[in-house]
Write a protein that binds this ligand. Sequence first.
Ligand code: ATP
Ligand code: MG
Length: 210
Amino acid sequence: MGRRLGVMGGTFDPIHWGHLEAAFAAEGALKLQRLLLVTSRVPPHREAPNASSYHRFAMVALAVAGRKGWRAADLELRLDAESYTADTLRMFHDRGYAPNELFFILGADAFADISKWKDFPRVLDLAHFVVVSRPGFPVDDIPHRLPLLAERMVKPPFDAATHLDAMIMLLDSPTSDVSATQVRDRRSRDESIAGLVPDGVKMHIEQHGL
Ligand code: ATP
Ligand code: MG
């Protein structure tokens, strides 16, 4: 069995339990050895009212602290422009990873838009895509929404499938019904965000007045 690296991207404004639970689900189902949480750039004009890249990354670092094999990755933040998943996955190829050693983790809401992504459909050849259900977005809808991709979709158990070409892995797993938008809205109304984000992230948000 080769290396198995999970990669999850997001703006993480802020990171919350839904992100972490989706990553846990993928880590367990696919026996990932390492998991990278990649904080994405957002255009500078959009950043203003929300947390800066520095704070978004800091919160991801706090969320992964002490989790074995997990890392906060700054590779997209180092670039001058907003990056696309296809470019990020190619950076891992440049580092020696084969497509079938990479597991790109995303929610079913995000995957529903895949046909609008840069380099679609080739982006799907660059890694396995692990599509995790999100409250209101069951993975069972995915083959119907994207019928042309249905033949590359697989459901658990994934063992045999992971040795083949890049696949789309549909993973039904309960995650908290939380979004970063909801966390920001609650903060702006001075409502508690306890239980929505890890404690270290909550402390960071409160301490810095985010
Ligand atoms: P926002 O409300 O700002 O859009 P978000 O909570 O949707 O934030 P994103 O940074 O947009 O978070 O999402 C990053 C990735 O995490 C996406 O692939 C998204 O589908 C996934 N994700 C976010 N929340 C959940 C959740 N509760 N369950 C499963 N996947 C999730
Ligand atoms: Mg979102």
